[in-house]
Design a protein around this ligand. Structure first.
Ligand SMILES: O=P(O)(O)OC[C@H]1O[C@H](O)[C@H](O)[C@@H](O)[C@@H]1O
Length: 242
């Protein structure tokens, strides 16, 4: 059965079970709030990473959202993000995810409901459960048509690369083979913390179990008052291992 599970903290999808496969890495012992949950699909807004002066990856992932599970296999999460320190704006964020047949569709919508225009970066940060990142490759990135994770020295160094956007990339791994398609974003960020990581919110060896391939907005987008931006991200299970 296809199922999808989310939590209100961060409006975060945690797990999705698609045609018998767990798609996302998510530790069983998640650190409780206010630590952002490391796993599933965090939402990053209004700042990607350290691309500005705000808190890393913005505030959305550490707020309590409203989550509605309307039907089995559908999640709708909403957050009215009000003024924060150094961010005197208001944004309505919606994440709508549905899982059907061999797809997971995730819509991320940002609407400026304040009284001033704002710039933002961000996006979504899926942790794909790959089984073994050292036997994983990503195909279809513009500058690196075949990114073979076995060759990037993850024993010593993290991979943290931004690639110009392409409509589709494919992730081939021992756990899942998926096609990733998007509209609205401007980059794919590829991240794995390597064996040398200092993350204290996952079992140490788990670095090898996931790879993040993130549809993101890295060039600041301006949203005028009342304007809405929509990003679409679709994960499709594929069978061929070429
Ligand atoms: O540890 P976090 O704050 O959740 O960030 C995890 C990672 O997110 C993104 O992939 C960034 O590109 C990385 O630089 C960052 O380390």
């Amino acid at each position: 059965m296809n199922t999808i599970q989310a939590q209100t903290f961060g409006g975060q999808i945690l797990r999705a079970h698609l045609l018998g496969k767990d798609i996302f890495y998510c530790p069983t012992d998640l650190h409780p709030p206010p630590t952002p949950a490391r796993g599933g699909v965090p939402v990053l807004f209004p700042q990607f990473g350290t691309l500005g002066a705000l808190t890393k990856h913005g505030f959305a992932r550490t707020q309590e959202w409203q989550v509605f599970s309307m039907l089995e296999g559908c999640v709708s999460a909403n957050l009215l993000l009000t003024e924060q320190a150094d961010w005197p704006h208001r944004a309505q964020l919606n994440v709508d995810a549905s899982i059907e047949d061999e797809h997971i569709d995730i819509y991320f919508e940002v609407r400026n409901v304040g009284e001033s225009a704002f710039e933002w970066t961000g996006g979504i940060h899926p942790y794909f459960l790959v089984g073994d990142v050292l036997q994983t490759r990503v195909e279809g990135l513009l500058e690196t048509p075949v990114l073979d994770l076995a060759t990037v020295n993850l024993a010593n160094t993290a991979i943290d690369q931004a690639h110009a956007i392409t409509p589709e990339v494919r992730l081939y791994s021992p756990n899942v083979n998926v096609s990733l398609t998007q509209e609205g974003y401007d980059a794919w960020q590829v991240w794995n913390p390597s064996a040398q990581h200092h993350l204290n919110d996952i079992p140490h060896a788990d670095w090898q179990r996931f790879l993040c391939v993130e549809p993101v907005v890295l060039t600041p987008k301006t949203l005028a008052v009342g304007e809405t931006w929509v990003g679409r991200f679709t994960i499709t299970l594929i069978d061929d291992i070429s």
